[in-house]
Design a binder for this molecule. Structure first.
Ligand SMILES: *[C@@H]1O[C@H](CO)[C@@H](O)[C@H](O)[C@H]1NC(C)=O
Ligand SMILES: *[C@@H]1O[C@H](CO)[C@@H](O)[C@H](O)[C@H]1NC(C)=O
Ligand SMILES: *[C@@H]1O[C@H](CO)[C@@H](O)[C@H](O)[C@H]1NC(C)=O
Ligand SMILES: *[C@@H]1O[C@H](CO)[C@@H](O)[C@H](O)[C@H]1NC(C)=O
Ligand SMILES: *[C@@H]1O[C@H](CO)[C@@H](O)[C@H](O)[C@H]1NC(C)=O
Ligand SMILES: *[C@@H]1O[C@H](CO)[C@@H](O)[C@H](O)[C@H]1NC(C)=O
Length: 476
C-alpha cells in the first residue's frame, strides 16, 4: 500500500472550508445508506473517480479526529451514569425569576432551580457543554467514509478505523453508550421534564450509515471487522431495539407524521437488518409505506408536514432523504419497491424531489437538496437531462462530491472535475503535472475490482479520466 503518497495533506485540507463542509453536508442527513451491492461489486463508472478521491480525503480528514464516545462530555445524565447518552433540547432558556437569588447562581443551580422556557429557533449556547448529538453525527460520517475508502482503496487500514470507531462508541467496556435514549433532548430546569423527549430519538438517525457500512465490511470480509466485534455490536443492537420498539418515548416518535417518523422507521429497519431479523425489517417498512408515508406527499409533490416548518427548504430535503434511505433499505431487503410506492394522493418520492427543486433556499444552505436530486436521477433515469443540468447550474463541482459516487448512473455534465493540490474540487481539466502522469495510470485497479476507468467513457473524456485515475493510483 502506498498510502504515504497521498496527494493531499490534511493541513492543506484544513484550509479548504468548502471541501470540509461538503464532507459533512454530503452525508449528515441525506442518502445515508451505502447501496451495498453497488459498493462491493465495484464496477463503478469512470466519471466517479474524482468523487472516489473526495471520499478518501474525507476519511483521512475525519481520521485526524475521534474516536468519539458518550464519555467525552463533562456533564452527566440525571442517573449519574456516564454511559448514558445525553442531549438538551436546544431552544430552551432559563428564566431565574422564580429563584429570588441574591448571589450569582452556578450552572448547576440554574439547570435545576430555574424554570426553562422555549424560544423557538434560538439555540441556547450552553448546548455546547453536552454534544453527544454532534459526536454521533461525525462518528457516523467517519464510519461511512472509512468504509467507502476501504472499498475504494482496498486498504484494510480504513476498515480498521471504522471498526475502532464502532467499538469505542458501542462496545468497549470503558466507553460504550447504554442502549437507550432516555436522556436525549432533555428539557432542563425546576419545571423541566428531566427525561428525554421523543424528538431526541432523531439524534441516532445517522445510524443507518453505520449499519450499511457494517454490511459492506461483512460482505467484503474485512479483516478488521472481527466476529467478536460483530457479535458484540449485534448484542448492543438487540438491546437497543427492545427500547426502540417498546419504550413510550420511542413510540411517540414513531407516531410523528413528519421527518421524525420517517427517520424512526429508517433507523429501526436498518437495525433489524443488522441483527438479521429481515421479517421484522420488512414489517417496519410496510408499516411506514402503509402508514405515515401515505400523507407525506401531495399530488403536487409538496410535503405538507415539512413545508409548515420554519426552515422549509431544509425540512423538505430532510424528509426526502429519509424516504430515499427507506427505499434503499427496501431494495437491500428485496422486500418491496419503495420508489414506485405511491402516497394516498398518488405521488412518490420523485414528485417530492421535483417539487423541492422549485423551492428557493433563500438564506438556507442550498446544497442539502443535491444528493436527493442525484438519487432520484440514478433511480428513475434522467432521459431529458433535467437533473444533471439542474445540478450543473447550481454546483459546477458536483461530480467531485462524495455523493456522486453512490448515486449512479448520473451524468457528470462534461464538467471535467478534478481535485487540486490543496484539496479543492474544481471544474475543468487538471494540471499538466497530473495529465503528464495519466497515461500509465488509466484503468488502475490494483486487483480491486475497480475497473471504473475502463468500464465506460464519460462525457468528460479520457484525458481527464487519466488525470483523475493518476490521483487515485497514488492512493492504492
Ligand atoms: C473521547 O473518548 C474517547 C474514548 O475514551 C477518547 O479516545 C477520545 O480521546 C475522547 N475525545 C476527546 C476529545 O476527549
Ligand atoms: C442572581 O442574583 C444576582 C444578584 O441579584 C444577579 O446578578 C444574577 O444575575 C442573578 N441570576 C443568576 C442566573 O445568577
Ligand atoms: C416552565 O415555566 C415557564 C414559565 O416560566 C414556561 O414558559 C415553560 O413552558 C415551563 N416549562 C415546561 C417544560 O413546561
Ligand atoms: C458538536 O460536535 C460537532 C462534531 O465534532 C461539531 O462540529 C459541532 O460544532 C459541535 N457543536 C457544538 C454546539 O459545540
Ligand atoms: C466492565 O466494567 C464494569 C464496571 O466498570 C466492571 O465491573 C466489569 O468487570 C468490566 N467488564 C470487563 C469484561 O472488563
Ligand atoms: C446483492 O448481492 C448478493 C450476493 O451476490 C445477492 O445475494 C443479493 O441478492 C444482492 N442483493 C440485491 C438487492 O440485489
Amino acid at each position: 500500500m502506498l498510502r504515504s503518497l497521498a496527494f493531499v495533506s490534511v493541513a492543506a485540507l484544513a484550509h479548504s472550508a468548502n471541501a470540509i463542509s461538503y464532507f459533512i453536508d454530503a452525508s449528515s442527513y441525506i442518502s445515508d445508506w451505502i447501496p451495498v451491492n453497488y459498493t462491493t461489486e465495484g464496477n463503478w463508472p469512470s466519471s466517479t473517480l474524482a468523487a472516489q478521491q473526495e471520499i478518501v480525503k474525507a476519511a483521512d480528514y475525519w481520521n485526524q479526529q475521534g474516536p468519539w464516545s458518550v464519555m467525552n462530555k463533562s456533564i452527566i445524565a440525571p442517573t449519574g451514569d456516564p454511559h448514558d447518552y445525553l442531549s438538551w433540547s436546544p431552544y430552551w432558556w432559563p428564566d431565574c425569576s422564580n429563584v429570588h437569588n441574591t448571589t450569582e447562581l452556578t450552572q448547576d443551580q440554574i439547570m435545576t432551580q430555574c424554570n426553562y422556557y422555549q424560544r423557538d429557533g434560538q439555540f441556547n449556547p450552553d448546548r455546547t457543554l453536552v454534544n453527544d448529538t454532534g459526536s454521533f453525527a461525525v462518528l457516523s460520517s467517519s464510519v461511512f467514509y472509512n468504509v467507502l475508502a476501504y472499498r475504494i482503496t482496498g486498504d484494510d487500514t480504513y476498515a480498521g478505523k471504522a471498526s475502532h470507531l464502532i467499538d469505542t462508541w458501542f462496545v468497549n467496556n470503558d466507553t460504550f453508550m447504554n442502549p437507550n435514549l432516555e436522556y436525549s433532548q432533555v428539557i432542563r430546569g425546576a419545571n423541566g421534564t428531566k427525561t428525554g423527549a421523543h424528538t431526541g430519538v432523531l439524534d441516532l438517525h445517522c445510524i443507518t450509515k453505520i449499519v450499511s457500512g457494517i454490511l459492506v465490511m461483512r460482505a467484503m470480509g474485512a479483516q478488521a471487522w472481527t466476529a467478536t466485534l460483530d457479535s458484540a455490536m449485534v448484542e448492543w443492537t438487540k438491546k437497543y431495539l427492545v427500547w426502540l420498539t417498546t419504550n413510550p418515548i420511542a413510540m411517540e416518535e414513531k407516531a410523528a407524521k413528519n421527518n421524525h417518523g420517517s427517520f424512526y422507521y429508517s433507523q429501526t429497519a436498518s437495525l433489524q437488518i443488522l441483527v438479521g431479523d429481515y421479517t421484522a425489517a420488512t414489517a417496519t417498512l410496510n408499516e411506514f409505506y402503509e402508514g405515515i408515508y401515505q400523507a407525506q406527499i401531495t399530488k403536487t409533490g409538496e410535503q405538507p408536514f415539512e413545508a409548515e416548518r420554519t426552515r422549509g427548504y431544509h425540512y423538505r430535503s430532510y424528509n426526502a432523504g429519509a424516504v430515499i434511505t427507506l427505499n434503499r433499505i427496501a431494495d437491500y431487503l428485496k422486500a418491496m419497491n419503495g420508489w414506485e410506492t405511491k402516497t394516498s394522493a398518488g405521488a412518490d418520492i420523485q414528485d417530492a424531489v421535483d417539487f423541492a427543486m422549485t423551492v428557493q433556499p433563500d438564506d438556507e444552505g442550498p446544497t442539502e437538496a443535491y444528493p436527493n436530486i442525484a438519487a432520484i436521477a440514478s433511480q428513475y433515469g434522467d432521459a431529458d437531462g433535467k437533473y444533471a443540468s439542474f445540478l450543473a447550474s447550481k454546483e459546477k463541482t458536483y461530480p467531485g462530491q462524495a455523493w456522486f459516487f453512490w448515486n449512479q448512473p448520473l451524468s457528470d455534465s462534461g464538467l471535467q472535475v478534478h481535485i487540486d493540490d490543496t484539496g479543492n474540487i474544481l471544474a475543468g481539466p487538471g494540471s499538466s503535472t497530473n495529465s503528464a502522469s495519466s497515461s500509465s495510470a488509466t484503468g488502475s485497479s490494483n486487483g480491486n475490482k475497480n475497473n471504473g476507468a475502463s468500464s465506460s467513457v464519460s462525457s468528460s473524456g479520457w484525458m481527464l479520466m487519466g488525470a483523475v485515475a493518476a490521483g487515485i493510483a497514488t492512493l492504492l
